[in-house]
Design a protein around this ligand. Sequence first.
Ligand SMILES: NC(=O)c1ccc[n+]([C@@H]2O[C@H](COP(=O)([O-])OP(=O)(O)OC[C@H]3O[C@@H](n4cnc5c(N)ncnc54)[C@H](O)[C@@H]3O)[C@@H](O)[C@H]2O)c1
Length: 255
Amino acid sequence: MTRLAGKVAIVTGGARGMGEATVRFLLEEGARILIGDVLDEPGQALANELGEDVIYTHLDVSQKSDWEAAVKKTEQLGPLTVLVNNAAILFQKTIMDTSEDDFLKIVSVNQLGVFLGMQSVFPNLKVNGGGSIINVSSVDGLQSKNSLVAYSSTKWAVRGMTKAAALEMGKFNIRVNSVHPGGIYTAMHGAEFMTQEDANQFYQHHAIPRVGMPREVAALTAFLASDEATYSTGAEFIADGGWSAGLVNDALPQL
Ligand SMILES: NC(=O)c1ccc[n+]([C@@H]2O[C@H](COP(=O)([O-])OP(=O)(O)OC[C@H]3O[C@@H](n4cnc5c(N)ncnc54)[C@H](O)[C@@H]3O)[C@@H](O)[C@H]2O)c1
């Protein structure tokens, strides 16, 4: 399919995991893509593998100057119309074990990074007649867990910033939505030391009783980037296997 033919996208954190799956999915749908990441070797190797419609650049999302250079670089591909703010880092410590430096580091990548991304692409999207910004939040931007005081606060912030940006940018034909993955089998989820079967065990009481795969989120992002989603903005799109709906209670009757 070529639902994204003619579109140029930036995917942050695109060197691996959900970002990589998103790059592959958008490319299959006809987009041209700039991968921005701090993992230069795998990012460049992915771009080399995927051919001339994909380029890599070093982009630390917390650095405004990196954003300016990345947006400039997209001119090699064509008019920029899509941003996938996917990069983030996970941090799991209690409130009492989280230092001020820890907290600010997570905020600088997961929250400031998304803000800088939206701010940096806006002038180009406006001039190019509109576009779609997809901010990757989390199920932890809808609820939370013990040990996620820093991470979860940034994911709620992404959800809130998405709505503010949608309201400001709508008149320029720019849509802004948040995507909320549940447990997805990537390095962030421990995929490097845990089999998929072991990861499934965490989800036995979920409506869909298994871990999710990166492509299942990439498909949702591709939809939001496409012209099939032209009346959706400022909204939460969830791909969490039903996690936010609740958990199956074995003590109650069930099918
Ligand atoms: N895996 C999950 O279970 C899960 C669940 C909910 C939400 N998410 C979210 O999905 C997104 C992708 O996560 P993933 O599971 O693929 O994680 P991952 O750790 O596999 O990939 C994250 C990517 O972001 C990059 N990155 C980190 N800091 C960066 C920075 N400062 N600038 C640019 N790039 C940077 C990393 O190098 C990496 O390539 C994240 O926003 C994450 O919070 C993941």
